[in-house]
Design a protein around this ligand. Structure first.
Ligand code: UFG
Length: 328
């Protein structure tokens, strides 16, 4: 299939691109390189452009003959979405509407959209099923929910077929070790812990030790980025059979911050100094997916269920590329 991967040079996008190319699809990446890295998509054709540039999107879809879109081009810093919501509303909502309208103008009717567990806010029940009420507690989560709603309406009115994939905590790196997570600034737990192991930071701050969890630290569901990539292709292929898909993508396994620290110590063999710090605003105590719908509908389930294997793949990338893509 001819697939335009928007935001294909970013962390999850570049892993999806690798999987799609490996499966024999004709992939074109569209990225503005605001956060993406050229070295992450070295062997794939790229158009440099912004999602707000609808005429360029239309030209690109036409010239490529795209049959489907995968859309990863979002701003994802929860804290920044609170301090500068305008950036998030413009890029994540207006930008995605521009993609959808470019698809309508060119007759492309399939899209896989990166949604998030942040659309659930503070869930009443864990593990979280897709029917849990979506009540986001920050602008980032709201922008993703707004697009889920727009997709429903575009599906109904214009025949767009879509999959909204609600990721939990994307982690790990391709086993080849040549692509991985490289955010600037980095705010995520696993890469920060590995930067401490590399001596690039003095310590890791544990945000909150008084949550209502067994060890007092937050619990998350760390889903390997290669598992995410496989789910994207399975979801796209499933759109042949069903026009609307909304699925959680997680492992179903909850891991606490302290358990991540211990696993990072075991994987890296480094000391990893930690400092117990105050809670970070907006962190729910526990976010774990019920992934059974994705298994039932797509036949997909996460293959990385052991957090040490996920961290080992991330460590392969970080230890081999301590400066990320900077030196590539
Ligand atoms: N944490 C620390 N110290 C750090 C960094 C993180 O203790 O230096 C903790 C956080 O407080 C949280 C856990 O580690 O409890 C995971 O934090 P991350 O920042 O790695 O991930 P989040 O769970 O905050 O964020 C992820 C996605 C977001 C998404 C969010 C939904 O990266 O895009 O889940 O809750 F919005």
């Amino acid at each position: 299939m001819k697939i335009l991967v928007i935001g294909g040079a970013g962390y999850v996008g570049s892993h999806a691109v690798r999987h799609l190319v490996g499966a024999g699809h004709d992939v074109l990446v569209y990225d503005n390189f605001c956060y993406g890295h050229r070295a992450a998509v070295r062997d794939v054709p790229v158009v440099e452009g912004d999602i707000l540039d609808q005429p360029l999107l239309e030209r690109t879809l036409r010239d490529h003959g795209s049959e489907a879109v995968m859309h990863f081009a979002a701003f994802t810093y929860v804290g920044e979405s609170v301090s500068d919501p305008a950036r998030y509303y413009r890029n994540n909502i207006v930008g995605t509407l521009s993609i959808l309208d470019a698809m309508r103008a060119t007759g492309v009717d399939r899209i896989v959209f990166s949604s998030t567990c942040a659309t659930y806010g503070e869930p009443g029940v864990v593990p979280i099923t897709e029917s849990e009420p979506q009540t986001p507690i920050n602008p980032y989560g709201f922008t993703k929910l707004a697009i889920e709603r727009a997709l429903d309406d575009y599906a109904h009115a214009y025949g767009i077929r879509f999959a909204a994939l609600r990721y939990f905590n994307a982690s790990g790196a391709d086993e080849a070790g040549d692509i991985g997570e490289d955010h600037d600034p980095e705010t995520h737990l696993v890469p920060i812990a590995l930067q401490v192991a590399l001596g690039q930071r003095d310590h890791l701050s544990i945000f909150g030790n008084d949550y209502p969890t067994p060890d007092g630290t937050c619990i998350r569901d760390y889903i390997h980025v290669t598992d995410l990539a496989e789910a994207h292709l399975a979801a796209l292929l499933h759109l042949e059979r069903e026009p609307v898909l909304k699925l959680n993508l997680g492992t179903g396994v909850g891991v606490s911050v302290k358990e991540i620290v211990e696993a990072c110590r075991r994987v890296t063999g480094h000391e990893l100094p930690v400092v117990e710090a105050a809670r970070r605003a907006g962190d729910p105590p526990e976010l774990v997916a019920d992934p059974s719908a994705a298994e039932r509908i797509l036949g997909w389930r996460a293959r990385y269920l052991d957090i040490e294997a996920t961290i080992a793949s991330a460590w392969h990338w970080h230890s081999g590329h301590p400066d990320g893509f900077a030196k590539d």
